[in-house]
Every structure is written in structure tokens, then in C-alpha cells.
Design a protein around this ligand. Sequence first.
Ligand SMILES: CC(C)(COP(=O)(O)OP(=O)(O)OC[C@H]1O[C@@H](n2cnc3c(N)ncnc32)[C@H](O)[C@@H]1OP(=O)(O)O)[C@@H](O)C(=O)NCCC(=O)NCCS
Length: 145
Amino acid sequence: MNIKKISSIETYPVRHEVLRKGKPIETCQFKGDNDEYTTHFGFFFEDKLVGIISIFKENNILFPESNQFQIRGMAVLEEFQGKGLGAELVKKAENHCLNFNTNLIWFNARENAVPFYEKLNYKIIGDSFLIPDVGIHFVMYKKIQ
Ligand SMILES: CC(C)(COP(=O)(O)OP(=O)(O)OC[C@H]1O[C@@H](n2cnc3c(N)ncnc32)[C@H](O)[C@@H]1OP(=O)(O)O)[C@@H](O)C(=O)NCCC(=O)NCCS
């Protein structure tokens, strides 16, 4: 398996390139990045980090489940997209959450990524909303046990 745990700082090159292109590097730091239950995974191809996903222990009041995790910072370098890496990273995150007895995974999905998550059986709840400087998003979720 090419997926390994990484530190929050190790995610920055891919966060910057894919999610915060042209913005200051400080925008790659997310609140809670170094919290006890936050985990970051990286997908490596020949020792190069090419994909990332982060999981935060964060409840969303939209859901009644008591033990929710939020996915953030999901990104694959453009030249590695469409090869199944993103799906592998989400599955790794789901398995990780199962180990923590999570009931539900949710996240704010960029509009363009919605079909990707739907293929992995995530569903939209509610209307779209705008995250300033980033774009239109939907809340998506999956109950995992
Ligand atoms: C969205 C993203 C993480 C997907 O990762 P990926 O490695 O390219 O996706 P995969 O190759 O694992 O795709 C899995 C399936 O979803 C499909 N898919 C992926 N992105 C898609 C898209 N934007 N629209 C439609 N289908 C898509 C793939 O065709 C594949 O389908 P298949 O199983 O039938 O072959 C990646 O494209 C990316 O980093 N995009 C830019 C940043 C971004 O939008 N991040 C999400 C923020 S919420």
C-alpha cells in the first residue's frame, strides 16, 4: 500500500498546488490540523507525495450521530488524477474512522468533486453554499455503521 500517515506540514505542497493555488502558503494551515484526533494520510508514488486526505473529529449539527468525523483537504496532483488514488485515500480514511467507532463521515464538497464522492456512496444534504475564495460547495455524508 502506498498510503502512509503524514504530518500536517507534509500536506502543504499538495494542498497549495491543488487547493490553494496562488494563495499564501499560510492558507494551507487548517484549524485543528494538529489536534489529537486529526489524522493526515498521503499517497506516495516513487517517494513523491501525490495525494492527500485529512480527517478531523468534528460534529456537524446537521446530523444526530454522536461520533462524527469530517474529511478535509482531499486532493490529488493534477497529473495523477483519474487513476483511482482519490478513491483509495477515501477508503483509507473510512477504515481509519471505523477504528474510532465513527457513525458518520461528512465534509464540504466542492461542486466539481460531487460526482467523485457520489461514486463512493456519499450523499448531498441541503442546498449549495459559497465558501468565499474557494467556490460553491455541498455538505455530503455517509453513515458508516
Ligand atoms: C476530486 C479528486 C480528489 C478525485 O481524485 P482522483 O484520484 O482524481 O479520483 P479517482 O481516480 O479515484 O476517481 C474515482 C472515480 O470517480 C470518478 N471521478 C473522479 N473525479 C471526478 C469528477 N470530477 N467528476 C466525475 N467523476 C469523477 C472517476 O472517474 C472514477 O470513476 P470510476 O470508479 O468509474 O473509474 C481529485 O480529482 C482532485 O484532487 N481534484 C481537485 C481538488 C478537489 O476538488 N478536491 C476535492 C475538494 S472537496
